[in-house]
Design a protein around this ligand. Structure first.
Ligand code: NI
Length: 160
């Protein structure tokens, strides 16, 4: 197990699209264990592999227990959206109100390489959407509405 360094907002790797994991092998399982440890240490509730410098489609999220999801894909999204405050381990000390779908359905592989389908709502749905965004090089600041984006740019020069 290892605590890994979390990449910060200005690092180009955070803007890149991550590649699918071809299989769930020992390496992927170790990655998930290390990510779970790193997330816990940072007191986060979600972490995506690009945030620790690995361009693979792997995320960990805090549910009742920590879930590792490989190649996660949102297959259904509720039309209904909600706004809530989010943080991101790559943006220490920054909290932003972001609008996201309230309910989602996700397909992924679990740590054993088994296909799973998962329904999530509320905070868990929000975290999963945030982490899958990371796999596509999208950061939460990219999800701000136009007015909030201008406010953010004025307040935090150099962050965007
Ligand atoms: Ni994040």
């Amino acid at each position: 197990m290892a605590i890994l360094e979390i990449r910060k907002f200005n690092e180009p790797i955070l803007r890149k699209r991550a590649k699918e994991a071809r299989k769930v092998d020992k390496e992927v399982r170790k990655l998930i264990v290390d990510m779970a440890q790193t997330m816990k240490k940072g007191q986060g509730i979600g972490l995506a592999a690009p945030q620790i410098g690995v361009l693979r489609r792997v995320i960990v999220v805090q549910a009742q227990r920590i879930l590792g999801l490989i190649n996660p894909k949102i297959v259904k999204k509720s039309r209904e959206k909600g706004k809530d405050i989010e943080g991101c381990l790559s943006f220490p000390g920054i909290f932003l109100e972001i609008k996201r779908a309230k309910e989602i359905e996700v397909k992924a592989l679990d740590i054993n390489g088994k296909k799973i389908e998962l329904k999530a709502k509320g905070l868990l749905a929000r975290v999963i959407q945030h982490e899958i965004d990371h796999l596509n090089g999208i950061l939460f600041i990219n999800r701000l509405g136009i007015i909030d984006k201008i406010r953010f740019k004025l307040k935090y020069r150099g962050f965007s």
